[in-house]
Design a protein around this ligand. Structure first.
Ligand code: 0L1
Ligand code: MG
Length: 263
């Protein structure tokens, strides 16, 4: 398959990033560039990331997306994908998130990993991830695909930084010793009503598998996960649409609670 030239990659990176920065919807870019490859899609993502860094934005972590079989089926995509987290995506517990800065946000409960040593693929496995993990902590990701009505294919999603937009970290940082991340339960409440329930195994059978997959995917571009990296491992619950005024509270077994509000 023919891949896109550098000028087109740069144009599409700006197109996707402008949509993110201005909170405007776009149509999926593979409609106009059906010849686009997966490598092109990640080139677009990495080009937009470099543009942010050139403007002084810091990259503070990574995320895995589309990590549950149910979600891959729902969205009609064949595999998970990754994206980066920029400094201004990050919020602390009790935050107020301005919904007018977003298009059609949805929230997902996730376990975040922080590494104490580098992780390098290929061939990275769950045991490597557990050995390299400093601690885990609870997080809620706010995804906001820039594509109209969340209508996309996997290549378009990757170019759009895998729908990354905001995330909130709270609760307690815990060593993974003595934690069973497969059975770790999560209850998501919106305005005091239970909206979603789940357990860690929803993420590729075990959330650490997702981190191994990330290290292996990054190795295809000669990249590694450095010690200290913060990584959102993927959604334990289905993504729930939110509106102005909504209070989101997610209770994580063993890890405490993350709460915030859309204003
Ligand atoms: O974090 C996620 O799983 C979302 C990945 C992108 C797909 C979407 O916007 O639903
Ligand atoms: Mg997510």
């Amino acid at each position: 398959m023919m891949s896109l030239d550098k000028k087109t990659i740069e144009k599409l990176a700006k197109h996707c990033e402008d949509a993110e920065l201005n909170a405007v919807e776009i149509t999926k870019i593979t409609d106009d560039y059906p010849e686009m490859t997966y490598e092109d899609a990640y080139d677009i993502q990495w080009t937009a990331r470099a543009a942010k860094e050139a403007r002084g934005t810091k990259i503070v972590g990574m995320k895995m997306g589309l990590t549950s079989q149910a979600k891959m089926k729902q969205m009609g995509v064949p595999n998970p994908c990754y994206g980066y987290l920029a400094d201004y995506f990050s919020y602390a517990d009790s935050a107020e998130i301005k919904i007018d800065e977003l298009i059609h946000p949805k929230v997902e409960a996730e376990i975040a990993f922080v590494l104490k040593s580098d992780l390098q693929g290929p061939g990275c496995n769950i045991a490597d991830v557990l050995a390299a993990t400093d601690f885990v902590m609870p997080a809620v990701e706010v995804i906001d695909s820039r594509y109209k009505d969340f209508k996309f294919d996997l290549k378009s999603v990757i170019a759009d930084n895998s729908s990354s937009s905001r995330y909130v970290t709270g609760g307690q940082a815990r060593s993974i010793k003595g934690l069973d991340l497969k059975t770790l339960g999560v209850v998501m409440e919106i305005n005091g009503e239970i909206a979603q329930l789940g357990a860690g195994a929803a993420v590729l059978g075990h959330p650490a598998t997702s981190i191994a997959m990330l290290a292996n995917m990054l190795s295809q571009r000669g990249e590694i996960l450095k010690a200290g990296t913060y990584i959102l491992s993927g959604a334990i619950t289905a993504a729930v649409s939110v509106k102005k005024g909504d209070n989101v509270t997610v209770k994580f077994q063993e890890l405490g609670t993350v709460s915030f509000k859309f204003v």
